[in-house]
Design a binder for this molecule. Structure first.
Ligand SMILES: [Fe+2]
Ligand SMILES: [Fe+2]
Length: 324
């Protein structure tokens, strides 16, 4: 896919940003997965909400020594770069197996955007001289569907928590506003990605015979079990030189203390994740499917987790209102 031109002035940048967050299909009526209207809407949504920012022109803000240390010591950079690289490869590999031109085009574009995320992170790592382990080799998956499912569901989990963490990081004032603004389009892009994944999943299910559908549902279950296993604690990875590295594969779930200077309860963190998730999806056609698993689990968890005392000091300093 060719690189599109960068908007030339703040007005067009703002316009591109607005278009990336708001989209509605022109057709009326319902958009039922399995219909041509739904499939076309999914492909159109993904293409028309493309944000043409360019990683190479990002001006990274100069950081004071304390902020620089806070950023460079986050235990995420190796795994973040590797995750984007793997996502690109897996999405491209799955797209190459697809025969449907509209869905294939959307997933190939998603792969391209993952590579752009990797470029953004690589530029940040260079700008702040973050020490990185050599990247492991990226191997084309033998089972492209399995790899795509793992990546898609992982993004659904990670994005849900990342939306909340990103909001808390912004409220904390621990990170410069320019840095938050630079990552804002990346965060919104992940919202589009999981919107695409949820709609691909709904569409894909309608294309399967009963036998293949049952087999597919077992695969989905196996993916969730795999993800639960993978996320139990820190994960040890081998770098390109065969050295062991402890990277926090669970940062999106456990990282609140690193992006905020307050001790916020899990119930309130989930509340922020839920409201940010709803806000980020709110501009897209409500007839498209949304990822439901994480918001459902979070809402259920909130019903059993203890409430903090109204206006407790920790929640006050994180700008979290008393729990309803
Ligand atoms: Fe990404
Ligand atoms: Fe993504």
């Amino acid at each position: 896919m060719e690189t599109r031109a960068q908007p030339e002035n703040p007005f067009t940048i703002a316009e591109a940003d607005y278009r990336a967050r708001h989209w509605r299909a022109t057709t009326s009526g319902t958009l039922r997965p399995g219909t041509a209207d739904h499939k076309r809407a999914v492909a159109d949504m993904f293409r028309e909400t493309f944000n043409p920012y360019r990683p190479s022109v990002i001006a990274w803000p100069k950081l004071d020594p304390e902020t620089l240390k806070r950023i460079t010591s986050l235990p995420i950079w190796d795994i973040a770069v590797e995750t984007e690289g793997k996502a690109r490869l897996r999405m491209a590999a799955y797209a190459a197996t697809m025969t449907d031109p509209e869905m294939r085009d959307a997933i190939a574009r998603n792969a391209w955007e993952e590579n752009r995320h990797k470029e953004v992170l690589t530029k940040l790592v260079e700008a702040y001289q973050i020490g990185m382990a050599p990247e492991p080799p990226y191997v084309v998956p033998r089972d492209a569907e399995w790899a795509y499912l793992v990546t898609g569901f992982s993004e659904c989990v990670d994005s849900f928590f990342a939306f909340g963490l990103f909001e808390l990081a912004g409220r904390s004032g621990l990170f410069p506003e320019e840095l938050i603004e630079t990552f804002e389009p990346v965060m919104q892009e992940e919202c589009r990605h999981i919107l695409l994944f949820a709609n691909w999943l709904a569409w894909h299910r309608t294309t399967l015979t009963l036998y293949r559908r049952v087999r597919f549902e077992f695969r989905v279950l196996a993916v969730w079990l795999f993800l639960a296993y993978e996320r139990i604690g820190m994960v040890r990875t081998l770098d390109g030189n065969g050295e062991v590295h402890d990277q926090d594969n669970n940062f999106t779930i456990s990282g609140t203390k690193d992006v905020s200077d307050t001790d916020i309860g899990l119930r309130d963190i989930l509340g922020v994740c839920l409201s940010e998730n709803a806000r980020r999806f709110s501009g897209y056609d409500p007839r498209l499917k949304r990822p439901r698993m994480m918001p459902t689990i979070a809402a259920l968890l909130r019903t059993v987790l203890p409430r903090r005392r109204p206006g407790s000091p920790a929640n006050r300093s994180a700008n979290i209102p008393p729990s309803p």
